[in-house]
Design a protein around this ligand. Sequence first.
Ligand SMILES: NC(=O)c1ccc[n+]([C@@H]2O[C@H](COP(=O)([O-])OP(=O)(O)OC[C@H]3O[C@@H](n4cnc5c(N)ncnc54)[C@H](O)[C@@H]3O)[C@@H](O)[C@H]2O)c1
Length: 248
Amino acid sequence: MSQQRHGSTPGEADGVPAFPDLPEATIARLPEYLRALHHLAETGAETVSSEGLAAAAGVNSAKLRKDLSHLGSYGTRGVGYDVALLVDQIEYILGLDKNRAVCLVGVGNLGHALAGYAGFASRGFRVVALFDADPKKVGEQINGLTVQHTDDLERVAAEESIAIGVIATPPGTAQAVADALVAAGVTSILNFAPGVLSVPSNVDVRKVDLAIELQILSFHEHRKASLTALPGGRSAPPANGGQEAVGS
Ligand SMILES: NC(=O)c1ccc[n+]([C@@H]2O[C@H](COP(=O)([O-])OP(=O)(O)OC[C@H]3O[C@@H](n4cnc5c(N)ncnc54)[C@H](O)[C@@H]3O)[C@@H](O)[C@H]2O)c1
């Protein structure tokens, strides 16, 4: 089976529909493949084997081949995957060629750090607006942007065609902020505030909660300690019981 040729529109060759219906777990791994591919490209690699890419992305190679087959990308026997082509295909599927506009609501401790992070631009996102409800924060300059009052959210969202809103407000105000983002036409939300948001079905919400990740690691610590303590001197299994990283 040959890899899709250069010059064709990613996702349209080899009978693969223009927009394949991907499993959520595959979608979650695509950014890892992309990160690994960008690194390979920086080192001058033009092709990569499935084993090499799998190792760089931290997944097993059978899973990687299955994931990439959803994109119509099979690699070439004995050669592997064309790095530049695979970057194009994954960026196309993730919609990263659109350079989407992002706003951040809540410019406190976390919001400051996020607003000051330069890495979003290189990953295909433009942070175009910062909002806060506290008049004392309004007017503050961070990374070339001026913090605006949330009262201006609807107007600015329309002017800047904001597609993604990031919530970094206290949990008690996150739902109201989500409602305001939805009313302003934002259809994707990344929520850092703990808790569950209620949104219309056309709005996608992803949440980031470092405390949950720590709690999962705590579970693994607890399990390792309890196995080490087993009578008969049975030793603890490898980290994560030999499984891949949590969430894979
Ligand atoms: N996901 C994570 O891993 C993680 C890590 C740290 C903090 N958090 C969460 O992130 C959120 C922010 O934490 P923080 O330490 O930056 O808090 P913070 O109190 O320093 O900042 C919150 C900011 O939100 C603003 N704000 C409050 N209500 C608002 C509203 N209705 N509209 C707009 N702005 C509003 C405040 O004025 C303040 O500037 C909290 O919910 C916290 O639990 C998440």
